[in-house]
Design a protein around this ligand. Structure first.
Ligand code: UDP
Length: 243
């Protein structure tokens, strides 16, 4: 099938899955789901299913990785072999290394790393089902897991992508939109300050389109941020009520 054969959006601005241009896929977030980890999160975002688990802060090993002034943040993004249509070869590849790096750097911007010199904070992100937007889903899940672990942060980081399909800028690309669309702009922010902590772009956008995509993605991040906080409060209420 050729890219131009796929009609991703109709004349009324309705997308293949029935969403409007500025509508998110359904999102479900649960915090504190894994009992061996210091903090954890399970997140469903459209067809994505993602776990995040936090370990630490603990002494950084091997010792030569230690920074005497701050903690190092080690996010590891992994996609399960069964998470995609064509079985993915297990283990790290270029893509997962890139995503691990950009998520680690995003998390370092919000965690108060200087409070934990010589330490490491591990964040495992496991994608069980992938349907586009997994790096944003991974960052969002990591944010909840870090808060659940009680790691001090300036804010709970959150991610959401926008992009362009059939000549229109839209929020939160789905699988076909990612495959056959014109551009994808994953964004991560610290919602309280609005600081951008992750920004990538795949495809081509004009300057105006890019600005619109950024506005959509920020709006999306703010909506997802509310869901993160609700998930954390739900767990807190459950503990308070002794359930
Ligand atoms: N994908 C896949 N096989 C791979 C890598 C990705 O089928 O080896 C799919 C998967 O559904 C993923 C989507 O392509 O969510 C988009 O991948 P991209 O690299 O754009 O990252 P993402 O949008 O997931 O952050």
């Amino acid at each position: 099938m050729k890219t131009e054969d796929v009609k991703l959006i109709d004349a009324k601005g309705i997308r293949l899955d029935g969403r409007k241009i500025d509508e998110l896929r359904p999102i479900k977030i649960e915090s504190g789901v894994l009992h061996r980890a210091d903090g954890s999160c399970y997140l469903e975002w459209g067809g994505n299913k993602v776990f995040a688990a936090v370990y630490g802060p603990r002494e950084a090993i091997p010792r030569h990785t230690q920074n005497p002034l701050r903690a190092i943040v080690n996010a590891k993004y992994n996609m399960a072999a069964f998470s995609v249509e064509d079985r993915k070869r297990p283990g790290p590849d270029r893509r997962s290394r890139e995503i691990s790096k950009v998520i680690s750097e995003a998390l370092e911007k919000v965690i108060l790393t200087e409070q934990f010199p010589r330490s490491m904070i591990d964040v495992a992100i496991e994608v069980l089902d992938a349907e586009a937007g997994t790096r944003c889903a991974g960052l969002t899940a990591a944010g909840v897991a870090l808060a659940d672990a009680g790691i001090p942060m300036i804010d709970i980081p959150v991610g959401c992508a926008a992009g362009k399909i059939g000549g229109k800028v839209v929020l939160d690309l789905g699988k076909e939109e990612d495959n056959f669309g014109d551009a994808d702009v994953p964004l991560g922010i610290s919602p309280r300050t609005g600081e951008i902590i992750l920004l990538q772009m795949d495809g081509h956008l004009t300057f105006d389109e890019f600005n619109t995509a950024l506005d959509y993605a920020i709006e999306g991040c703010n909506k997802v941020s509310k869901l993160q906080k609700e998930a954390l409060l739900r767990k807190y209420d459950t503990i308070k009520e002794g359930k």
